[in-house]
Design a protein. Sequence first.
Length: 439
Amino acid sequence: MLQGAASLEAVAVFDATFDTLIQDLREEKARVCRQEAEALFKDLMKRPAAERWRLVEEQEAWRTWALAERTAFASAKLAAHDADAALDLARLAVRMAELTPGGEAWRSRVSGICWGFFANAERVKGDFPASDQSFLQSDRLWRAGAVADPGLILDGTRLLDLKASLRRHRGRFEESLDLLEQALAASRSDEVTAHLLLVKSATLEQMGDWQEAIEALKQARPLVEIRGDLRTRFGLEFNLAACLCDAERYAEAEEQLPMVRRLALDLGNGLDLLRCRWLRGRLAGGRGNLAEAVADLEAVAGELVALAIAFDAARACLDLAELYLRQGRTAEVKRLSGQIVAVFKAQGSPRGARRRDPLPGGRRAGTGHGRVGAEAVRVPAPRAAQPGSAFRAVTRAGTEPRPMPAWRRVSSRTGSVRPDRCRIRCRGLLPPCSGRSGR
């Protein structure tokens, strides 16, 4: 009997050791594949878009699973300053996944990841209904390919994270938190954990639970600082300042602003500076400097309109409407309110309905805007405004302009974004330009 028990124990130890060795081999092979994909990706990005597609269609070397994954991940980072390019890159990743060598189940698994990032790019563009549909496709493909990835080489926490961001943007906060808790439980690295805590803090802030949001940020801070990534550090410090604003702790928030601005300048992205100006406007409003706050938020809203991001423009205008109300400009508040609600409804988000004046609702006004989380900053590059949109960039003559990208309008002297307020209008949303330039 003792011999039998010893034999069973030996078999169990052997099986465990064998499984560990197999997993180590899988991970080492994946590491090599990703290393090779990194070199290919750098080469790919030096080429024109049309040539990228030609290479993927014609040469097997450009359609590996690791290159598809790398390209998909890059689309999320690119979305920080150019959502159009991010969408194109995510689309290319999906095509790589469809052509990836291997069995059908493996292609499904890789496609599930890539479709998730394509859905994320659609969210960044502000097309939430399309993003929802793409996530359904991602889920279907991911589940269908589970049998081909027993070692979990592909990281499913990214899909949970991206879906949580969409749920948050649509006001489905409890669902978002549930997805984030699943992702945190499955996280296998400090980097992923820090990223998820940033997204969790943004979700809690938008629910009005500012103390819990601040605690999540403080929990993430040591992980972010050790990593030393400027983009993530900017997101953390920006969100902390915004949470402090939400809690009306304006003195503490103001202490954060120089650090946030310095990080934005270090990153060299004018759109990050646009977010800083949004924050500065909220601080000015909290301190009672209404004229300064209105000037900042009008400029921010005008820039978002020029970039054809209706949802973020509506959120900025919601903050602006609160300031108009405090100035007694009720006619302008009424004009803004209906159009803001229309945008929120079109995107399937109840956010506007959850606000205090100028729109009736429960949550306090001026909160939950311009948040920077795992997806970093979500203001994309300019595109042509869609006919019939509530937010439309027009010139004095009423013709459609091609606005200069925000990162080309960064002052070399001050580092600030300089929206062209005299040329860019938001038809039916912003009041006539006063001719004053932004600070």
